[in-house]
Design a protein. Structure first.
Length: 193
């Protein structure tokens, strides 16, 4: 890739561990990207404190302040375009984005999901993997499409499901892999831009 660094925004809703991992990766000298902005839809998200401590710009767009999904997505899009964002990384962003929004960022919108897609789209993936008796579980980084947890896979990482696992134990092992998978996937995407 040539020219200036790719301007990235990270969207998150919770504690921000994947956001923090991506921010640290993007800050490396050999990564041709710049983290311009983070956005959360929850004023109480734990990741806001991470942003403050790291000096990362963080915008709160509370989805409860909007009458519709479309209105929220319009404000989100306006905020991202005003910052000249070129690539969006959803990192634990617990909002379904509208078809118009997703289609407005073709192959410029990444997501991470805690399962080996196409298995277990949606919530409670660790519990569902255990209930199904799966021998392995994991995470997927993919290009986002309008359908929930759908789109071309960039990177997958798997972990064994162990006897006696609880959903929380499995989640802890999967999040470790998420923190490896997302930077790898970002590098792959940046190499194609």
């Amino acid at each position: 890739m040539s020219g200036s660094p790719v301007k990235i925004a990270i969207l998150f809703s919770g504690r921000g561990s994947n956001m923090q991992t991506l921010a640290r990766h993007i800050a490396k000298a050999d990564v041709p990207a710049e983290l311009v902005l983070t956005v959360t839809n929850r004023p109480d998200a734990g990741g806001i404190e991470i942003c403050k401590e790291a000096g990362i710009a963080c915008t709160v767009i509370d989805h409860k302040s909007f009458d519709s999904r479309e209105a929220f997505d319009a404000k989100l899009g306006e905020t991202l375009r005003a910052a000249n964002i070129e690539l969006i990384c959803c990192a634990g962003f617990m909002r379904l984005l509208t078809e118009d929004f997703v289609n407005g960022w073709p192959d410029r919108l990444l997501n991470i999901h805690p399962s080996l897609l196409p298995k277990y789209k949606g919530l409670h993936t660790h519990k569902r993997a255990l209930e199904a008796g799966d021998k392995e579980h994991g995470c997927t980084v993919h290009y986002m499409r309008p359908e929930m947890d759908d789109g071309p896979i960039i990177v997958q990482k798997s972990v064994p499901v162990l006897a006696g696992d609880t959903p929380d134990m499995l989640a802890d092992r999967v999040i470790e892999q998420e923190h490896i998978a997302y930077p790898q996937a970002l590098d792959i995407v940046l190499s194609k831009l």
